[in-house]
Structures are given as C-alpha cells and as structure tokens.
Design a protein around this ligand. Sequence first.
Ligand code: SF4
Length: 494
Amino acid sequence: MNPNLREKCGVFGVYAPGDDAARLTFFGLQALQHRGQESAGIATSDGDELYLYADMGLVAQVFDESTLDELPGDSAIGHTRYSTTGASVDCNASPFLLQGPHGPMAFAHNGNIVNSEALSASLAARGIDFEATTDSEVIAQLLAHAPGESWEQRFGELMRRASGAYSLTVLTPDAVFGVRDPMGVRPLCIGKLNGHGWVFASESCALDLLDAEFVREVEPGEVVRADADGLTSTFPLGAAQRPKRASCILEYIYFARPDSRLGGQLLYEARANMGRQLAREHPVEADIVIGVPDSGIPAAIGYARESGIPYAEGLIRNRYVGRTFIQPTQRLREQGARIKYNPLPEAVAGKRVVVVDDTIVRGTTNPLVVGMLRRAGAAEVHMRISAPPVTHPCFYGVDMATRGELIAAHSSVEEIRKHVGADSLGYLSLNGAITATRQPGDGLCAACFTGEYPSAVPLQLDKLALETSDFHKRGTSASTSRNGAGPTRVRVKV
Ligand code: SF4
C-alpha cells in the first residue's frame, strides 16, 4: 500500500422505499472507507425534509445509533472524503446540502475539477458565495443554480461547464441520481436491492455488503435517476459533444478494492495478471515472492504463479494504524511507513526475496521496506512494481505529489534502484498494465505514467487554491448549509 497515493473520495446513494436509508448508507460507506478517511457524511430525505450529518473522522467514528436516528427517510446519499482540493477541515466534510432556486439538494462528489477557480469566480459574480473551500461545493452550486426545467437538463449545464473528474450522487426530495463525468474518470456502479430499491456506489464491494445485485456501471456522461418510477437514464450531452473515455488506470492497479469489479473484471484477477506479466517482463532467480500488504499481494501471487517461485508472507501489516494519516503531511507519512509493516525473519532470513509493490511515487516508503527485509536477514531483495514509473501528477482527484516530488520524473530506473537499496528493480510496462485491465488502451487515462492528459489541465494544481480565494470565506454563505466548526447537522424543509 502506497501512502503517497491517496484516493480522493467514495460516494454512495440509495433509493429504498420502506427501508432505513441512513443505515444502508452507513454500511455502504464502511465498504468504501479505503477511498477516504478524513471525513464522512450522510444526507437523507423523507420526502418532506432533507437531513444531513457530517463530521471529521472514519465512518464508524462519525456515526452511532443516535446520529443515524436523526436521519430519517428511505433515500440517502453518503460520502467519505480525503482532501484533494480544499483542506482537511470540518467545513469541507461532505455531502453538501444546498437550498437553491430549484429546491433543496444534497451533493456528494468523487474526483477533481480542474477549472474550479474560474467556475467559482463566475458564480461569485452572480452573487453566489461559498462556505467551504472545495471544488465539490463549486460544482454543487453550479448545479443548484443551473438553468433548465429538469435536473437532467441542469446536469447537462454542469457537464458543459465543469472540466475534470466527477462521479456524483445527488439527493433531491423525491429522487437519487448517479452521475459520471463525460470522460468516466472515476468509477460509479448501480446495484439492485432485493427488488425494492436501487443503489449507487463508487465500487461494487459496497453492493456486496448490502447483498445488492450488481446491475452495471454508470456510463461516462450518463445521468441515472432512481425514483418511484424506477431507473431512468439520460445522456445530457450528444455523442459529438462528449470527449473520449478516459477511465483511471490506477483504479485497476491500486485504488479500488481487489474484491470490486471494474470493466467487467474482478480487480483481484486484473492485479494477479499484472503480476504474471511483471514476471514475464522482469524475471529473476529467487527463493520466495512476497507482496507489500495489502495492495501488493494479488500482483505478488500472480508473479509467483508465473515464475514458479513460491509465494510467502514476509511482511505483516498492522491493520489498525489507518489514522496515522489524520494529517497527511510528508513527515507523518514517513513516520507511518515505519510503524505500518513488520517483517517475518523466519520467512525471509537467508532467502533471495522478490518483493512486489504497486507503485513508487515519492520513493519514501520503498527504501524502508527494503531496509526492513535486509535487517530481517534477506540475502537479496529484488523489487518489482506492478505499474510503470509515475512521472506526472494527477489532476483528476488523486493526491500524489508535485512533479518535482515524483522520483521517476527526475531519476532513471537504476538511480531509483540505488535509492531504494534493492539488488534489482523492475517496473511493469504500460502495455502490460493496459493488457491486464482488458480495456482498450484509448479508453483509459494513464497520464501519470505518460504526461498525456485527456483534457486541458493547469500547469500546477494547488490543493489549497480555493482556501485563499476571495470567494471562499468560511462561515459567510447563506446558501450552503455548513457551520464551519464541529459536526454539521442540518434539516431543510422542502
Ligand atoms: S493521472 Fe493517473 S491517477 Fe490521475 S486519473 Fe489519470 S491514470 Fe488516474
């Protein structure tokens, strides 16, 4: 697992007549906890009022029986957040609840908008101000104030004006929407709840937990409405207006859970196939193959199967240190890596070890892993990476680093090998990674490996750009229901 790659958010939505939507959402968010650990929130509708509760912390820390009891209704959306634009502060906890000209609406976003500063300036010029400091609030306000007779038409306005990545769940008094940006960068899928409702989730693992049947993925540029009439699909932009599909390849390599399905394939299998290909591209004589837990394990198993070298557990992960990243600063990340893993000397001592990891980003944790294995007695350490070198930053919702911080942007493979202290180092080729996804290469974003972004991007992305914007002053907005301190509890009457 690479602490230098932080997924942005997980979104969830449920329309379940007669059911307790807040509790369904609570469990759905728990399945998506890996996509964001800084804040969590749930908004519900009972058809008469919208309710919101959001706060900093893990899903199980934010919610208990009493807070869930304050969220009545049989439709809901939920959100787990990691900050990609906007600081990790309580005013940015999602979902956002807005009272716009078309009525109340709750809004949850996964991804990142690359033109949020320009959009916020144009909204501010119309007299709309902001209480939070995230791109998510900007596009929520854009949607709330968009022209159009229907929500579907307003989503069209959002798609025409917002550039970047957004998978959304949106709650109105009588419907839940699942929406994916026209490039389809971030995932979003649809499930059927035992014949009595519908679920939207960033990943299919959240459907499994609710025993919901996987129906399909929301298509790029699609708006899916779940309401009393069932499911309705709309594509607000015509085919000629829609950009080429660019689904994030790192979801396949690392971000999404291995028990989720993406592009019709179980991700555990995709990652095992990446490991097989890695063994073909970078063979080595060794005694055991180990994976860096948890995300390196499927590729390590694939490498072992293809090479015939036995797979072994060599590193044990302390599973209860997730909150090490309460403040995701570089210093804490480095400290976190030291306490996160413990090697098994009996497994690695005297052995030539192949250690498989998913990525090298800044190159801060990999030397620690190699050092641990050597101190545990490994005779040789051969590092294999189930992704190509990360050479460019992400502008679509992954907190990675600036280009200068990416070790592969300015170092050769041999220089990186020396830096991590391994006896050999091999990266999976981009073609090898694409083949393992079973997706057409021209439908994937691989910009962090190639620098070929699927849309225009700013030269630098400042995560805190909106913090310093004149338009984003916390606590000044009357239109966004945030209070800027402590948990957010809001009721809005329809
Ligand atoms: S730049 Fe990389 S992490 Fe970002 S969307 Fe593209 S492939 Fe995914």
